[in-house]
Design a protein around this ligand. Structure first.
Ligand SMILES: O=C(O)c1ccccc1NCC(=O)[C@H](O)[C@H](O)COP(=O)(O)O
Length: 262
């Protein structure tokens, strides 16, 4: 079984358990549920935006523990102060050491949009995303059919959430539909963990000029941001480069400063 299959299999169990312990009526009664989400797309395309989407990721299947000490509130605040356009918060518990609570804490600490980074396979998770204060959700083409992608994207939009669709190869471009706000090209092959930033350049050329596209994973050099911007990318999702440092907020600040000097 590939790691992606393992994650999805565990996710199905987790979602069924959550449906029982926290029914939809409880999700719908939260204060976040009544809030109007912020626009991720606007935050990335605003004039002068850094486009950096700074991620809070404690550990990952590919690298193990990245940072056991960073505090989510301090890190989220520091990312925003450093000039990040948006945050990404892992909420998967078993494989990434994340939690819904982390996203709620980040929500209370920042005013920029927050991406719920998880493996979404069920509409319940979209209601949950809204209830914990997310603004945008991730749909991963590699784990969804074209029909499932459209159904989930439509439902997310009906809740006022924006949709980031993640693709990794030419075939997955067929998952794009008109409910998708932003297309993410993941430089990491989620089955074997190999990374190659060229994936963004290759697939980016195949997207219509009107698509708002972001590059995800394995970005560690400020110079790459300049090249990706030249290729029309508006956002850059960065986790490990920041989280592997003792002070992820400082690492983000230095990275954005370095981009601005190029
Ligand atoms: O990060 C992993 O090892 C991973 C493994 C399996 C599925 C997803 C995985 N990561 C999710 C992501 O897409 C990244 O957290 C995100 O793009 C940031 O990547 P990075 O800057 O390389 O931490």
């Amino acid at each position: 079984m590939s790691i992606l299959d393992k994650i999805v299999s565990r996710k199905k169990e987790e979602v069924e358990a959550n449906k029982k312990s926290l029914p939809v009526s409880r999700l719908e009664s939260t204060s976040h549920f009544k809030r109007s989400p912020l626009s991720f797309k606007k935050a990335l395309t605003r004039r002068g935006a850094s486009g950096i989407i700074a991620e809070f990721k404690r550990r990952s299947p590919s690298k193990g523990l990245l940072n056991g000490h960073a505090d989510v509130i301090a890190t989220a605040s520091a990312y925003e102060l450093a000039g990040a356009s948006a945050l990404s918060v892992l909420t998967d518990v078993d494989f990434f050491g994340g939690s819904n609570e982390n996203l709620e804490k980040a929500r209370a600490a920042v005013t920029i949009p927050i991406l719920r980074k998880d493996f979404i396979i069920d509409e319940y998770q979209l209601l949950e995303a809204k209830a914990i204060g997310a603004d945008v959700i991730l749909l991963i083409a590699a784990i969804l059919s074209v029909h499932e992608t459209e159904k989930l994207a439509r439902f997310a939009r009906s809740l006022g959430l924006e949709v980031l669709l993640e693709v990794h190869n030419e075939q997955e471009l067929g998952h794009i539909n008109h409910f998708v706000d932003v297309v993410g090209i993941n430089n990491r092959n989620l089955n074997d963990f190999s990374t190659d930033v060229q994936t963004s350049f290759r697939l980016g050329e195949l997207l219509p000029a009107s698509a708002v596209k972001i590059s995800e994973s394995a970005i560690s050099q400020p110079a790459v941001i300049v090249q990706l911007k030249e290729a029309g990318f508006r956002g850059f999702l960065i986790g490990e480069t920041f989280m592997k440092e003792a002070d992820p907020g400082k690492a983000c600040e230095e990275f954005i400063k370095a981009v601005n000097t190029l």
